[in-house]
Design a protein around this ligand. Structure first.
Ligand SMILES: CC(C)(COP(=O)(O)OP(=O)(O)OC[C@H]1O[C@@H](n2cnc3c(N)ncnc32)[C@H](O)[C@@H]1OP(=O)(O)O)[C@@H](O)C(=O)NCCC(=O)NCCS
Length: 144
């Protein structure tokens, strides 16, 4: 299972998986393109038979990175792809001199929280009503 760096041509396929994985607040094509072209972004994805199975991306500013998005298409879950993407992002961040990575996760999203905890992130505080539907976010941090 190999990750590869996003290319601009991947954005439509990523948008389609976003809509499947995040019914409430998926990133749309414009948001993906803006992040991708920002010059501060690094994205990794896994393809299976030409289909985008998992992907994730970080934005880097000085020595801090923000995990912007990460998802595995439903039929490809629980086989290590999410962890592999997270590992790729952390490795690239370290390579670029990043010292801390942050992320937000819904308080109801136990699967993602477990993945982050297992991979060295710790919860640092809660952001009240962070999401568009009013749900709170847990902010998590990993020292790299
Ligand atoms: C979170 C997500 C990316 C995990 O992807 P995945 O490819 O299934 O992840 P992995 O197979 O690498 O699992 C990594 C770890 O996450 C945890 N995990 C993943 N899915 C889980 C579930 N359904 N229940 C409990 N733990 C889960 C486990 O600790 C797992 O390690 P293990 O398999 O050794 O027990 C995936 O569930 C997803 O895309 N969810 C919808 C999008 C989303 O919520 N993204 C995160 C936004 S903050």
């Amino acid at each position: 299972m190999n990750g590869r760096v996003w290319s601009y041509e991947d954005l439509n396929a990523i948008e389609a998986v976003e809509r499947e994985c995040f019914p409430v607040d998926p990133w749309n094509r414009r948001m993906l393109a803006e992040a991708f072209l920002s010059g501060r972004f690094f994205g990794s994805l896994i393809e299976e038979d030409g289909v985008v199975a998992a992907y994730g991306g970080i934005s880097i500013l000085d020595d801090e990175a923000e995990l912007e998005l990460i998802a595995t298409a439903e039929m490809f879950r629980r086989c290590g792809r999410g962890k592999k993407i997270l590992d790729d992002l952390v490795e690239e961040a370290r390579r670029r001199g990043v010292k801390r990575m942050f992320l937000e996760v819904r308080v109801s999203n136990a699967a993602a929280q477990l993945m982050y905890l297992k991979n060295g992130f710790v919860g640092i505080y809660t952001r009240s009503r962070y999401y568009i539907d009013g749900e709170d976010a847990i902010v998590m941090k990993k020292d790299l």
